[in-house]
Design a protein around this ligand. Structure first.
Ligand SMILES: NC(=O)c1ccc[n+]([C@@H]2O[C@H](COP(=O)([O-])OP(=O)(O)OC[C@H]3O[C@@H](n4cnc5c(N)ncnc54)[C@H](O)[C@@H]3O)[C@@H](O)[C@H]2O)c1
Length: 264
């Protein structure tokens, strides 16, 4: 049995806790939430102990802490976990490069292992991996990312990360055709540009999170498409990371590295 504490009892935390409850090899021993004042949280009909104090980690003695909370909390959680030999699996967004480097230093320095991944969706990570294979071989590409209309930022972080990693996989910018004339004054509907890749953002009710990457070649195109239907898509790889963490000897950064798609 792998003993697990969930850090963050929000939307993701509750879904992850429900999944842990039905996994025969995982035991949910408690939940941390820095903003909560409740003593327990009901998960799958059971009252799970809930605390807003990092001291509870020592009391509950988990093997692994899974964190889907807030970057401010995560940078406090990691040293507290490492201090009591608990291995972190971190999914919280918005950690700075410095915070990630510090997490790596702390976890590795303590001789522990863990996983930190900005995206736990298997299909999204594979989409980027496949795009990086095609990137050096096609000279033109456009990304169309589509999200629900509640999303506040554009383009999506995934679209930016895709464009950056495709550019890094080749020795020059993609070729891009600029429009010679704009038919709506002041608007360039060719989209944003990063490394020669055009990025188009669609925001509509009814959508969840989708991305299409279209490569253009000589009388052919190649399309790679990923659709995320709900937050449930993250769960299997989060549980994979929690199961892997006890045997890791360093902080693995990125689901692609955990899956062996990337070896650097
Ligand atoms: N890596 C991935 O694949 C992935 C997937 C989904 C979500 N996320 C990220 O996971 C995080 C949580 O997502 P969510 O949808 O569950 O959010 P949420 O808002 O539903 O839950 C966040 C939880 O963190 C707690 N929290 C917020 N601010 C805090 C603070 N300053 N100190 C302590 N606790 C704090 C809240 O009480 C809440 O329980 C976000 O950063 C989100 O972007 C990552």
């Amino acid at each position: 049995m792998i003993r697990i504490v969930m850090s963050g009892a929000g939307n993701m935390g509750r879904q992850i806790m429900t999944a842990i409850e039905s996994a025969p090899d995982l035991e949910l021993v408690g939940a941390l939430d820095g903003l909560s004042t409740e003593a327990s949280v009901e998960i799958a009909g059971r009252q799970v102990p809930l605390s807003n104090s990092l001291d509870s980690l020592a009391k509950w003695e988990p093997d692994v802490v899974i964190d889907f909370s807030n970057a401010e909390w995560t940078v406090q959680l990691i040293p507290a976990a490492v201090a009591v030999g608990v291995r972190p699996v971190i999914g919280t967004s918005g950690l700075s490069d410095d915070a990630i480097a510090e997490a790596e230093r702390q976890v590795n320095g303590a001789g522990l292992g863990g996983v930190l991944a900005a995206n736990f969706a298997l299909g999204a990570v594979l989409m980027m991996h496949l795009a990086n294979i095609a990137a050096p071989l096609f000279d033109s590409v456009e990304i169309i990312e589509q999200h629900h209309d509640g999303k506040v930022d554009a383009p999506s972080g995934t679209a930016v990360a895709t464009a950056q990693s495709m550019r890094a996989a080749r020795d020059r910018d993609f070729g891009r055709k600029e429009a010679e004339r704009h038919n709506i004054d002041g608007h360039d509907s060719r989209g944003a540009e990063l490394g020669g890749a055009s990025i188009h953002s669609v925001r509509l009710p009814g959508l969840v999170a989708h991305q299409v990457i279209v490569f253009g070649g000589n009388d052919e195109t190649l399309t790679i498409r990923h659709d995320s239907m709900s937050r449930a898509s993250f769960i299997p790889e989060i549980l994979r990371a929690a199961r892997a963490a006890p045997d890791l000897d360093h902080l693995v950064i990125g689901l692609d590295r955990l899956l062996g798609l990337r070896t650097d």
